[in-house]
Ligand binder design. Sequence first.
Ligand code: APR
Length: 244
Amino acid sequence: MKMFELIKDQIKNFKKIAVVTGAGISQESGIPTFRGKDGLWKNYDVMKLATIDAFYENPKLVWEWYNERRKNIFQAQPNLGHKAIAELEKYAEVVVLTQNIDGLHQKSGSSKVLELHGSIVTIKCSVCDYKEEILTEISDFPPYCKCGNILRPDVVWFGESLPQKVWQNAIVFASECDLMIIAGTSLVVSPANTLPIYAKQNNATLIEINPESTEMSEEMDIIIRNTSAKELPKLVSLFRTNYD
Ligand code: APR
């Protein structure tokens, strides 16, 4: 809390807030992170599950893994961290730049969310332009498109490009923001981990909320070593008090 006090007097100057999030923000909603103590990549081989080569080699295995994650994610509810971010919109222009595919920011009420790594809700054809939202369970793996090719999760795998328009918009907002809150990401995955650099070039204030240090901790103006569901509500309460 003490650290947030440092920006108490600047709160009303923050007009454009970029919130960069990663798996850690959904950890308190029961969705595991990828790295760190209980990270998914400790028990699963990323090269067998999250690359296009892996998909073509064993689409059934990849689909089964995504289906398990879909089930878990569909049951998950936004936590106090997601909700605090949604509330921030009352006080400034807020865009959430998330690496998460779980849709929890939208579920908690954030209206501008750029999904840098796609979404687990949508599935798409591996060849044609077909895309659809599927909120129910998928049986019979792998599912096929009407065009005859395999359908795949609409997520960005290692080695793939980010959706171009989404990424461009993310860079623009990161370059214009005056406050960037970075919560629950290890900042090891490129290019999402370059977003704080764009904000820094605009002299934005950078806040990191993460129980552990990250690749970019040294660049931060304020560091909070605690969980996002505990700390984001405290940060947002400073806005509330200043605007009441
Ligand atoms: N609150 C805040 N941060 C947390 C919490 C929590 N409750 N729990 C864990 N963390 C932090 C961890 O300390 C870690 O730094 O969240 C971070 C999660 O890091 P990663 O698992 O690497 O997740 P992320 O940064 O989103 O990964 C980026 O990697 O595998 C790919 O595509 C996947 O989008 C993902 C990308």
